[in-house]
Design a protein around this ligand. Sequence first.
Ligand SMILES: C[S@@+](CC[C@H](N)C(=O)[O-])C[C@H]1O[C@@H](n2cnc3c(N)ncnc32)[C@H](O)[C@@H]1O
Length: 207
Amino acid sequence: MYKNEFFDRVAVSDDPLLFTDADRRKVEQLKQRLGDLAGMRVIEPGCGVGPLTEYLSNWVGPSGRVLAFDASPGMVRECRRRLGHLRNVEIAEATMETVQLRPATWDLAILFRVFPHFDDKGAILRRLRPCLAPGGRLVIANLEGSARLNTLHAGFSEPVRHDRMPCLRSTTRLLEEHGFQVLSATDVDDEFFVQASPAQKVSTGEQ
Ligand SMILES: C[S@@+](CC[C@H](N)C(=O)[O-])C[C@H]1O[C@@H](n2cnc3c(N)ncnc32)[C@H](O)[C@@H]1O
């Protein structure tokens, strides 16, 4: 797959997307927004070499669990090499489009620095919704706002240069169309964060 080859190369490059000091400060902000994750079951599609996975492992602690997966075999290999020792993390090679996820199981699905790369974003949201446990949340987060990220992508090579992060309004509409309600959201120059939960079905009173 074309995109996989791109990310396989990124995985073994000088810049496999590990966090800079500035990124780490933004990740602390992300943690504030996520709140206490201790004991939670978290899925992280598109984990790459696992820069956030390492944090998630720490945030959920020994009683929590993280399932991190990625479509790129190269990314998965590097992620396992770096983080294979973490007992509360499972690392798998899988695509978000085909991965088998147990229904009503996950407290948090976090799409971190991956949402722009999904070709059919609505289909991904449809797949994730039934996987969430009661009270579960979906988070879409990037370390840049949508406008800045799209400018960055436009400068990359072919497989990802057209990958676009929808602005906050479009993301909100997409989430609502696929059965989510937005709980909190921000789209500023150096951060994109949307937190949503499955919308409660409105009772029509019909049997
Ligand atoms: C920009 S990288 C970010 C990786 C990681 N989230 C990080 O923050 O470093 C995007 C990752 O998403 C993965 N990816 C893209 N589309 C995917 C899909 N449909 N299913 C699973 N992984 C996917 C890519 O292989 C790549 O590793």
